[in-house]
Write a protein that binds this ligand. Structure first.
Ligand code: ADP
Length: 271
């Protein structure tokens, strides 16, 4: 991937003179490649659930009414795959919206502790079968300026990923705190972890460590791309720390300028 792409234009001046114009189009080439990959990935992601749905529809049409068992199974599958497509389309629309502007859609102080409380209860419902222990420690004095709905999308993606990629009985810790350097959200799990070499590409659209597992975990492959964009718009960045087989920690770091300390600066606000 260290290749350089050059575009050469040769113009002739008179009989013996030629002008060479050499342009470095490496970046343009990479962008074009990323665009092609994106379209290919997207087509694949949309086609897979549709193939399952149409396959079951055909089965139903051929066996109209005779075997109730087939109907039950087919309807369940179609419902699940239609849900997957819906999820994918809403993530795509959100990403497209996030890419059109560089500022959050609102600039209100968001009570992150309350937001995390509600995300935690959604996560508990999602992880009921796996019996995770989910803990939340959040400083209620530290608020973040921005869009609550965008922050909800980003933070719930991190917490739901922790649920998806942590086996039964595992631990998930959610921590929110602030200091002179800014504010921090850390979502830590005792899950499957991620090999180092994948870390730099993890926030790319549709990048997955194990694509064969994607259909069972039910993700869209767009979650961390959404997280990255929402953080960028809120002057934040994402750090990922992970040990395969031990677990991962996703830490969002927001600059001090984006942080509001409720009750004034005199208040002692936790950690
Ligand atoms: P997906 O919808 O596939 O979960 P994401 O963009 O949210 O897509 O994440 C990209 C990939 O990063 C996932 O497919 C998974 O391989 C890996 N990943 C994300 N979060 C975790 C985590 N907490 N533990 C282990 N792997 C993770």
């Amino acid at each position: 991937n260290d290749r350089i792409y050059l575009q050469v234009n040769i113009t002739r001046h008179g009989n013996s003179e030629h002008m060479f114009l050499v342009r470095d189009i490496t970046r343009l080439h990479h962008l074009e490649q990323m665009r092609k990959d994106f379209v290919a990935n997207l087509s694949h992601e949309l086609r897979t659930p549709l193939t399952v749905i149409t396959g079951y529809l055909e089965t139903l049409l051929e066996n109209s009414g005779e075997q109730p068992g087939i109907w039950q199974r087919a309807l369940q599958q179609m419902d699940q795959q239609a849900g997957r497509m819906q999820h994918l389309i809403s993530d795509l629309l959100l990403l497209a919206k996030l890419e059109t502007t560089s500022h959050p859609s609102a600039n209100n102080p968001v009570a992150v502790d309350q937001l995390l409380k509600s995300i935690k209860s959604d996560a508990l419902a999602l992880s009921a079968e796996k019996q995770h222990r989910i803990s939340l420690e959040a400083d209620s004095h530290i608020q973040l300026r921005g869009s609550e709905s965008e922050l909800r999308s980003a933070f719930s993606n991190l917490v739901f990923n922790a649920v998806k990629y942590t086996p039964e009985g595992g631990d998930i810790q959610i921590r929110w705190w602030g200091n002179e350097q800014g504010a921090f959200l850390c979502v830590q799990d005792s899950g499957i972890g991620i090999d180092r070499r994948h870390l730099p590409r993890l926030t790319e659209r549709f990048y997955r460590v194990d694509s064969s597992r994607a259909s069972t975990t039910g993700g869209t492959g767009l979650g961390l791309a959404i997280v990255k964009h929402v953080l960028l718009r809120h002057m934040g960045r994402l750090d990922i720390d992970s040990v395969p087989g031990k677990g991962s920690a996703f830490t969002c770091h927001f600059q001090a300028a984006q942080v509001v300390r409720a009750g004034g600066w005199g208040l002692e606000a936790g950690r």
